[in-house]
Write a protein that binds this ligand. Structure first.
Ligand code: TXA
Ligand code: MG
Length: 317
């Protein structure tokens, strides 16, 4: 299959209408999209990504009205969150209607739903009469793509068309929130909307992103978002290896050539750091060094989600 890149919405809609895959831009990361109501089309996503069938997909829709066609009653707190953060980097787990194939949810009775904020994808969803199932458009377990060229690097030959929407403005995947019965609302994946902002709307939540024993744990397998070379989290006072690249939050380490260091945000701005994170990991991965030493950010706001990605990308003893 020949993979092309462009801005042709009609072409993207045509491919999706005929059961093919299209990579779509969102404000978080690029997604690998298919008609969420067509199991044959959805199966192609799993094949292209080499994704295990037990890892369910997020369904993207253009409006709350569209979402109501495929979910049961939306709990009031979920509605409040949707109204506060959609379109935007928030995914909500809701009870699914039978129209959503089991393949999309890996047999779970909830479906992960989000209204993405990218204008091109919003237009595309408007043109379609079905929602789009879309995981991040990378090979399973690898770094998520934040520009069209990243998608092409990993999925050339496996997707017919990449809709090019430029660089993703958030750069981190969506925050995933669920409403388990008789429990506090629960954040299953840290992401583009910080915990503090969610709590400001619905009150106290549980944060449970690391429970790998939970089969529903969203994308939270032990190793994920991983570059090809080993990534280590830098401990204070640790020796600085010669042949390593360094990922820094805001300043350069003294004594290491600047050419081997990448700073995420000189202004210590979490948003800028999030936007740069995945492209930085890719760049350091292709540098002529044998490992990546990453510095953690302050553990609050988006810093917490960035640290989560760094920890998952890291080598664990
Ligand atoms: O920002 C994003 O969320 C991006 C863009 C493309 O929208 N998508 C994304 O998809 O990150 P993916 O497949 O890489 O991660 C989705 C995560 C998976 O780890 C999956 O386990 C979890 O969502 N998930 C999906 N449905 C679920 C469900 N019903 N219950 C629990 N977790 C679910
Ligand atoms: Mg992913």
């Amino acid at each position: 299959m020949n993979t092309t890149t462009g801005h042709d919405l009609a072409k993207a809609a045509h491919l999706l209408n005929t059961g093919e895959l299209v990579a779509i831009p969102t404000e978080t990361v690029y997604g690998l999209a298919a008609n969420a109501l067509d199991p044959d089309a959805v199966l192609k996503i799993f094949e292209a990504k080499k994704r295990p069938g037990f890892d369910p997909l997020i369904v993207h829709a253009g409006s709350l009205e569209a979402i109501r066609h495929f979910v049961e009653a939306i709990p009031p707190a979920a509605l409040l969150l949707g109204e506060s953060f959609w379109p935007g980097p928030l995914t909500i787990l809701l009870r699914k209607k039978p129209v959503i194939p089991d393949l999309v949810t890996s047999g779970l009775d909830t479906v992960a739903v989000r209204i993405p904020a990218h204008p091109l994808t919003a237009q595309l969803l408007d043109m379609l009469d079905f929602p789009l199932a879309a995981p991040s458009a990378n090979l399973f377990g690898q770094v998520s793509p934040t520009r069209a060229a990243h998608v092409k690097d990993q999925l050339a030959g496996k997707v017919a068309y990449i809709l090019d929407g430029g660089d993703c403005s958030v750069g981190l995947e969506s925050t995933i929130v669920g409403f388990p019965e008789n429990e506090l609302p629960t954040i299953y994946r840290l992401g583009g909307i910080p915990v503090e902002e969610i709590e400001a709307v619905i009150g106290k939540v549980e944060v449970r992103p690391h429970s790998s024993s939970n089969p529903q744990a969203p994308g939270m397998l032990k190793s994920h978002y991983a570059p090809r070379k080993p990534l280590f989290i830098r401990e204070e006072g640790q020796d600085l290896p010669e042949n390593a690249s360094y990922l820094r939050f805001s300043d350069y380490l003294p004594g290491i050539p600047a050419s081997r260091q990448l700073v995420l945000s000189k202004e210590k701005d979490f948003r800028t750091a999030a936007r740069n994170l995945f492209a930085a990991l890719r760049e350091l991965d292709s540098a002529d060094t044998s490992s990546i030493i990453a510095e953690l950010l302050p553990d609050k706001g988006l810093g917490r989600a960035i640290n989560d990605r760094l920890r998952r990308a890291s080598v664990r003893e």
